[in-house]
Ligand binder design. Structure first.
Ligand SMILES: NC(=O)c1ccc[n+]([C@@H]2O[C@H](COP(=O)([O-])OP(=O)(O)OC[C@H]3O[C@@H](n4cnc5c(N)ncnc54)[C@H](OP(=O)(O)O)[C@@H]3O)[C@@H](O)[C@H]2O)c1
Length: 350
């Protein structure tokens, strides 16, 4: 007998910053397993900013569980490939159970089949964070898009968050100077004292612009863009000629009403007369990149994960997760992450 399943769906499209009323938890029956299928019990799910800027704005997505990366345990199997007890890294979203098929892929990307999590790399939660989408984004964005070099000055925003904490530490491993930008003294102290950044500036402080200027005495060679808005405005005058700006995201825009729309970082940098990167990344400048684009372009993801797993094991790469428990916690934890209440990668344990 299959279990009942609880899912988080959108009750309506959020207007501006999401509220609890925009979400709903529903209970559905699980279908019987067909041949080649397995029943998956979600063990971990990840909450990420892109869900707000994409999935939640699309009316057709109402009544489907909110999508996102998951680590699930196979609890019943009619598949020769998947055995009971296997941990499946998939894309089953905000729900307690899912029926999986052998052909299922992550990220709706046909080049990314579901994977069995190799626990020798790290704990299962890391499959969705530092050894998953956010860590891989940091790794490829800094090393293959921005192509960081020793002694360059790297500035990263949302610095204590899932992507930012990895970017800053990888830049230190590559012997660059690292300045983080984060919200509040506690997060900034963490970036310096625990993660080894050279400086970290609180963008909520009244002296943010001056402090950033004072920290970046040599100008900025790479700005790893995670937030957009006023933080980008403070960075632009400090960019050195030939600076690279990998545009990873711009979270300060995601909850704006249409009437409040600001130029995206790409639009803003172009209007400031900065150069655009060629499609192959061969010229210096700035560009937007997406995780699934990187995954398709760099099929060496496994090497990246092994390298980062090695750095974690030898203590050069640390990670912090912001964990809540239970499907109900997805809603407050997601809203909290959008407003900076998370401290590290936002994860839900089920
Ligand atoms: N291109 C890709 O494929 C890709 C992949 C992953 C993530 N991303 C992007 O990377 C960025 C970071 O994502 P993440 O998963 O690492 O999230 P995260 O940093 O773990 O969490 C989001 C953080 O954003 C900060 N924030 C929220 N509102 C802000 C505002 N108005 N101004 C400045 N900072 C604000 C908060 O940190 P503070 O407390 O420091 O304010 C919050 O903790 C997002 O823009 C996301 O869309 C892109």
């Amino acid at each position: 007998m299959l279990a009942k399943n609880r899912q988080v769906v959108m009750r309506k499209i959020p207007e501006g910053f999401p509220s609890a009323n925009d979400f709903e938890i529903i209970t559905v029956e699980m279908p019987e397993l067909g041949i080649g299928q397995m029943l998956l019990k979600t063990r971990w799910l990840t909450l990420d900013p892109y869900m707000r800027s994409g999935f939640m704005n699309e009316p057709n997505n109402r009544q489907s569980p909110i999508i996102g990366g998951t680590v699930s345990e196979v609890v019943e199997s009619r598949s020769d490939r998947w055995r009971v007890g296997d941990l499946v890294v998939g894309y089953y979203g905000w729900q307690e159970y899912a029926v999986g098929s052998e052909s299922d892929v992550q990220w709706s990307n046909p080049d990314m089949p579901n994977e069995k999590w190799d626990e020798s790399l790290g704990p299962a939660s890391t499959a969705l964070g530092i050894l998953g989408m956010t860590g891989y984004t940091a790794y490829q964005g800094l090393l293959n898009v921005a192509k960081v070099k020793a002694d360059e000055t790297v500035v990263v925003s949302a610095a204590s968050g899932a992507v930012g904490q990895v970017v800053g530490q990888l830049a230190k491993i590559k012997r660059a100077q690292v300045i983080g930008i984060a919200g509040g003294p506690e997060k900034c102290a963490y970036c310096i004292d625990e993660l080894g950044f050279d400086a970290c500036i609180d963008y909520k402080g009244s002296r943010f612009v001056n402090e950033l200027q004072q920290a970046a005495t040599q100008g900025i060679d790479i700005y790893f863009e995670n937030v957009g808005g006023d933080v980008l405005e403070a960075v632009i005058p400090l960019l050195n000629p030939g600076a690279r700006v990998p545009i990873c995201g711009f979270i300060s825009h995601y909850n704006l009403m249409p009437t409040e729309r600001r130029p995206t970082p790409l639009e803003r940098l172009k209007s400031a007369g900065l150069p655009v990167l060629d499609k192959d990344g061969s010229r210096e400048g700035f560009r937007f990149f997406s995780f699934s684009e990187l995954a398709a372009q760099h099929p060496d993801a496994e090497n990246a994960l092994c390298e980062m797993s090695g750095w974690i094991k030898d203590g050069r790469l640390k990670y912090r997760e912001s964990i809540t428990s239970g499907i109900e916690s997805c809603i407050p934890a997601f809203m909290g992450m959008l407003s900076g209440k998370n401290f590290g990668k936002t994860m839900v344990r089920l």
